[in-house]
Design a protein around this ligand. Structure first.
Ligand code: FAD
Length: 295
């Protein structure tokens, strides 16, 4: 370990632009190698933090713990460990939090999670568990010891009745103790700016980091976007479709579009950028190339 992990709210409060990377728990040894190749390739960029998502159940959850602990032990980076309410009783949640604290994790991303049947299925809370992310934020804030991140949705969460209702939820999570938010992927900077405005109008000042997912494969992103309520705008589709079946050119256009989005977000006052890396470094580094972010 080269440095002690720190609190993300302090890092964001320092006024420096934040760059952060998200990873998911790998399924096997090859996936683990790929993940650590990505971590090592991105580490020299000295991200503000790196996050590790929390899976739907079973061994993937142990892997989240293992990867996060290894980041604390073997890198100088600050980890953000995700945790969801899915399938957990409150006692189990407390147990995971104990383990995170013991591993030296000081920042947690608190989420409701999606039903095991998928993001569009009906949500049923686990008996003895929690209903909303807000409940988890309240639990962790009362316990203390962690900085708290929560999810935000520039196009509104698919389960929210309106974007205003969605903003009310984010503000409730802030009032319950969230220190910062990270957004779902989105493709129009204005959706992000409008969300920030709705949240500020409601009196919450927590930093909201935009989540960036470059479109490397239009069909895959459209499918995922439909599930999570993030639409790919027509002008973006047109720029990608112009390259037809030329996958290299589509990929290059996807990187260029993501870099343009990043520039617009930073120019408009976003406090930083959070990259969904999918456990690979290449696309993120290509976007950094466009943005002139250097090691
Ligand atoms: P909540 O804030 O609880 O909202 C869920 C739904 O309930 C929304 O429709 C909301 O409008 C509604 N709602 C909330 N509070 C209330 C209330 N008091 N009254 C009435 N309605 C309410 N999933 C994973 O499984 N693992 C991960 O690691 C993970 N990481 C993520 C990271 C980011 C940055 C993002 C944006 C999402 C992530 N997700 C992850 C997906 C997330 O779990 C889903 O989007 C989930 O459907 C919503 O989670 P939430 O924390 O926003 O829930």
């Amino acid at each position: 370990m080269t440095e002690q992990p720190t609190r993300i709210s302090d890092l964001l409060g320092s006024g420096q632009r934040s760059f952060s990377f998200e990873f998911f728990p790998p399924k096997d040894e090859a996936g683990t190698d790929q993940l650590w190749d990505a971590i090592r390739a991105l580490e020299p960029y000295r991200p503000t933090f790196v996050s590790v998502t929390y899976g739907a159940g079973g061994s993937t959850r142990d892997t989240t713990m293992r990867v996060t602990s290894r980041i604390v032990r073997e890198t100088g980076m600050t980890p953000l460990a995700h945790l969801t309410c899915v399938g957990h009783t409150v006692a189990e949640i407390e147990h995971v939090l104990d383990a995170y604290a013991e591993a030296g994790v000081e920042n947690v991303m608190l989420l409701r999670g999606d039903p095991p049947e998928g993001p569009r299925a009906e949500w049923t809370p686990t008996p003895g568990g929690l209903t909303y992310a807000q409940d988890l934020v309240e639990l962790v804030a009362a316990r203390g010891g962690f900085d708290i991140g929560v999810a935000a949705f520039p196009e509104g969460h698919p389960g929210a009745s309106s974007r205003d209702a969605d903003a009310d939820v984010l503000v409730a999570k802030a009032k319950a103790g969230a220190d910062f938010a990270v957004t779902q992927m989105f493709f129009r900077a204005q959706d992000y700016f409008d969300l920030v405005e709705r949240v500020r109008d409601r009196g919450a000042d927590l930093p909201i980091l935009p989540g960036i997912m470059p479109i490397l494969n239009l069909a895959a992103i459209r499918r995922q976007g439909e599930l999570i309520g993030a639409a790919v705008p027509d002008d973006v589709v047109a720029r990608l479709a112009a390259h037809g079946e030329d996958r290299t050119a589509v990929r290059a256009a996807g990187i260029e579009l993501a870099a343009e989005l990043c520039e617009e977000l930073l120019a408009g006052g976003a406090p930083g950028l959070h990259f969904y890396t999918l456990n690979r470094s290449k696309a993120t580094l290509e976007i950094f190339g466009h943005l002139n972010v250097a090691v």
